[in-house]
Unconditional design. Structure first.
Length: 197
């Protein structure tokens, strides 16, 4: 059974640390790089809503269904985004990765691939997950491409599934990766990070 506990995960160029209220200002700065809260299909908080965003994530951790991380630049310690394990189902050894966003300046860099490698490695190799899932808005094409580049399989689309912040209803695109698929995906992600850019 999955037992998600506080942990720090690190591989250059980033460090994932348990999210806390001390990261509020850093998350505000990261979100301001690109005014990411204006993207209607993301969960990025507006500057005035950052504390409530963190408090909601911490409440999910207390309830046992979410474990949020701040994503830090390993060299400077600067907050460049956040990500979470969520929808943790210990009895099924299943969890999802989501609530992920990054400052515009680090998008399309090694940050996301490295974060996913760290999270997947910890989920499969340490926690014993049998399946890791992702979900994204049907209009978040960049997120869909990023998930597919990881090697995840598209499971399908849940139609009329969830509310967006603007009150519209979205379709949710679901992806997953099994423990049996993980060794090949791990090798591929390591290759992606090692190849010249």
């Amino acid at each position: 059974m999955l037992n998600v506990q506080p942990v720090v995960l690190e591989r250059a160029p980033i460090r994932l640390v348990p999210l806390g209220l001390a990261h509020e200002t850093g998350l505000q700065r990261a979100a301001a790089d690109g005014e990411l809260w204006n993207l209607r299909f993301t969960s990025v908080p507006e500057p005035t809503g950052t504390r409530a965003y963190i408090e909601q994530a911490l409440a999910g951790r207390e309830a046992g269904h979410r474990f949020p991380f701040a994503v830090l630049d390993a060299a400077s310690g600067e907050v460049v985004g956040c990500t979470s394990y969520h929808d943790i189902v210990p009895a099924l050894d299943r969890l999802e990765i989501g609530w992920t966003w990054y400052a515009r300046r680090v998008q399309r860099s090694a940050v996301n691939t490295t974060a996913k490698l760290l999270l997947l490695q910890h989920a499969f190799d340490t926690l014993g997950a049998q399946l890791v899932g992702w979900r994204t808005d049907n209009f978040n094409f960049a997120s869909q491409r990023a998930i597919e580049r990881l090697g995840a399989k598209k499971d399908g689309v849940l139609r009329h599934h969830a509310l967006r912040r603007d009150g519209t209803v979205r379709d949710t695109v679901m992806y997953s990766l099994t423990a049996e698929e993980w060794p090949e995906v791990r090798s591929h992600l390591a290759w992606q990070l090692a190849r010249p850019r």
